[in-house]
Design a protein around this ligand. Structure first.
Ligand SMILES: [Mg+2]
Length: 348
């Protein structure tokens, strides 16, 4: 489906492991004051100077988490970084460093890894994080990427999943569901291409959805925005597995219930059109589709005035007593219990 952008094929064996690492990491410069020693010794040395350190890690496996037939390697590198930074943002912390470990089979030449690292370097530059270490090794089959992200925060600023209280408002950033529908479009085009390789996909009507799937962004901007508005969330999580699952995580850990209002869920017009085209209920996708990497948080009711005029935020519900449970309140005003299905449940 994607044209071969790497006609030159330099076998990895030509460089050796150490040559490969120094080749791929030569452009990583240090930006964070907390990075005392980056790549080049046995370990990186970091100094967070009395701040709390947050750590999150993620493992991505070809064929399970990504499909290289429609995921360009540069985008994959970018997304692999972003999904980790999203977890740091969900703690209300500032991402500062990442480590990158990859395993590849001999199917991948040097040029493919250069493309992957171009995406990693681009994300590191945009989000101002230092790449301070990692590992490169061979795999029997396919590509495996593991990224660990570190971040810093003052203890008083950290936000956990367990701080939501009854009557708090439930707020989400951006819009939901588009990344999942982007994946559906790409999967459909892949099947069309497999039947007829001469059939070039026309993706003009799907640009936003595809971008949400292939090049998501982490909402690292929200921490500063909330600080400026003088709002500290009572609980927070990022939307990686789907709104419904994330709400249930907050409810369980905070021991509260929730009413989520269908009519309030923010969705994009292109998303609505494509749901109609695929004959899928848009609310079902918006609450169960994953990989949006928006932030979901709760705030005290008295903070509503501070966020209500901001286009980044939508109030989608409120927290209740734990005994009331977590529900979707539909447009017809019926209550449906929320289920933690996760994003892959829709495709089963
Ligand atoms: Mg998360």
């Amino acid at each position: 489906m994607l044209e071969d952008k790497t006609p030159q094929r330099t076998p990895l064996s030509q460089l050796g492991e150490f040559g490969l690492i120094s080749h791929l990491t030569k452009n990583f410069d240090v930006k964070q004051p907390s990075t005392l020693k980056s790549i080049g010794d046995d370990a990186a040395v970091l100094d967070f100077k009395g701040k709390r350190t947050v750590v999150s890690t993620d493992l991505l496996i070809e064929g399970v988490h990504f499909d290289l037939s429609y995921m360009p390697l540069k985008h994959l590198g970018y997304k692999a970084v972003v999904v980790n930074l999203s977890d740091i943002a969900a703690m209300n912390a500032k991402p500062t460093q990442i480590t990158v470990s990859i395993a590849v089979s001999n199917r991948f030449p040097l040029e493919a890894l250069e493309e992957l690292f171009e995406g990693i370097a681009m994300a590191a530059k945009i989000y101002k994080v230092d790449v301070v270490g990692g590992d490169t090794t061979s795999s029997q089959k396919g590509m495996i990427i593991s990224i660990t992200a570190l971040g810093e925060a003052d203890e008083k600023d950290l936000v956990y999943r367990n701080g939501a209280r009854e009557n708090d408002l439930l707020v989400v950033t951006g819009d939901l569901g588009s990344a999942y529908m982007g994946l559906q479009v790409l999967e459909r085009e892949k099947q069309v291409f497999q039947v007829n390789p001469n059939n070039q996909p026309d993706l003009d009507n799907y640009t936003y959805l595809i971008e949400r799937q292939l090049k998501p962004e982490a909402r690292t901007d929200i921490r500063e925005l909330l600080e400026k508005l003088e709002v500290k969330p009572t609980a927070m999580i990022d939307v990686s597995d789907g709104l419904s699952s994330e709400i249930i995580h907050i409810c369980k850990q905070s021991k509260v219930g929730c009413n989520l209002f269908e009519e309030k869920i923010p969705i994009d017009p292109q998303f609505i059109n494509v749901c109609e085209e695929f004959n899928i209920d848009s609310t079902t996708v918006a609450i169960n589709g994953g990989e949006d990497y928006e932030l979901l948080f709760t705030i005290a009711l008295e903070d509503f005035d501070k966020i209500k005029a901001n286009p980044n935020f939508t109030v989608i519900g409120h927290m209740t007593q734990e005994s009331e449970g977590a529900h979707l309140v539909t447009r017809a005003n019926t209550k449906i219990p929320l289920k933690a299905r996760g994003w892959d449940a829709l495709s089963q």
